[in-house]
Design a protein around this ligand. Sequence first.
Ligand code: SDX
Length: 372
Amino acid sequence: MEINKGLENVYVKETSITYIDGELGRLYYRGYSIFDLAELSSFEETSYLIWYGKLPTQSQLDEFKKRLAEHRELPASIVDFLKKVRKDANPMDVLRTAVSMMGIEDNNKSESLLDKAISITAKIPTIISYYHRLRKNLDLVEPRNDLSHAENFLYMLNGNLPSEIERKVLDVALILHMDHEMNASTFACLVVASTLSDIYSAIVGGISALKGPLHGAANSEALKMFIEIGRVENVEEYILKRLENKQRIMGFGHRIYKTYDPRALILKKYAKDITRLKGLEELYKIAERVEQVGIKLLGSKGIYPNVDFYSGLVFYSLGFEPDFFPTVFTSARVVGWTAQIMEYLQDNRLIRPKAKYVGEIGKTYVPIHNRS
Ligand code: SDX
């Protein structure tokens, strides 16, 4: 009886959504290379691809964009919650609670899972932007239907229209974070969905798993590391000490990739441009040096930069605070989570693994007055 700790190398479903080649560092959504999608596509077009299984025609894309944009407003109860919740809360806790409230507010039993997925996906940037601004005592910036998903996200966050480069960088980052086959948070969603619980509960499970620093919060930890290092000259000593103390280099390593995570390669290019634009070149140079030193020390073990290594620099340059980075990850991954849920439910099987019992059995019950 073999125990697969962490379910390593265990296949739980067949999928046609995402393919990862961990040896060659390749990633495909519905058969299209992530390099092409990042360069040529948009959040809306790639969401359509992942949900519908094919690239949209122009009229299908126009109609889909309209559907997404129409669902950006939040129910009053959620806006009220965001206004009242403590300002020093973890934004992933706030997002998780707000999604829970969406479930409470949703009494539309006839709506399809896809329609619910579109509505939830459209609302998450509004939740993030509202809490970001409320925490800083700034006026709320209501969503605009005439802007693209990425443009509107940055408009609500920063209170002004993003430049073309800012819009492009967020579009690319959201595409790169959209799905990744059977990662921990996706599996958490499937466990909940496989009991035929509701989609909001499944997504709350995904947010709860993605919050962890080994998964979706590594982006904030990586940026904190760069800020802590402070100067390029300090990198080598800092990394060596970190490894001596058995601490992980955040944004490095992956269960599947044993070479560069292709998403890290793509993000690095955009991180270089956007950090220069925002006067954060020094942080970028520190990150680049950490990458070089980390690969020198860990590359032989197949430990390379992953998606979280440069993503924090990108999110920070776009105006997100570090503790919000996992919520930006969530705003994209909710597309993959819901697509994987809908695919799994086509041939559902309650997820119920086993545990190998190693304790004693047949023990005699001793009344409490006879126990020592
Ligand atoms: C994401 O699954 C996905 O697809 C996730 C994701 C997605 O899109 O959904 O790609 C997003 O979560 C990316 C990963 C973000 N997490 C981090 O950057 C945190 C730091 N990385 C690690 O903790 C680790 O690499 C994991 C968790 C990502 C993967 O770990 P594994 O496969 O469980 O490997 P392991 O912990 O068993 O480590 C194996 C060896 C150990 O050394 P030994 O004890 O064998 O000597 O590699 C070492 C580890 O110490 N190691 C690292 C390291 N990662 C692994 N050493 C230093 N720094 C690291 N980052």
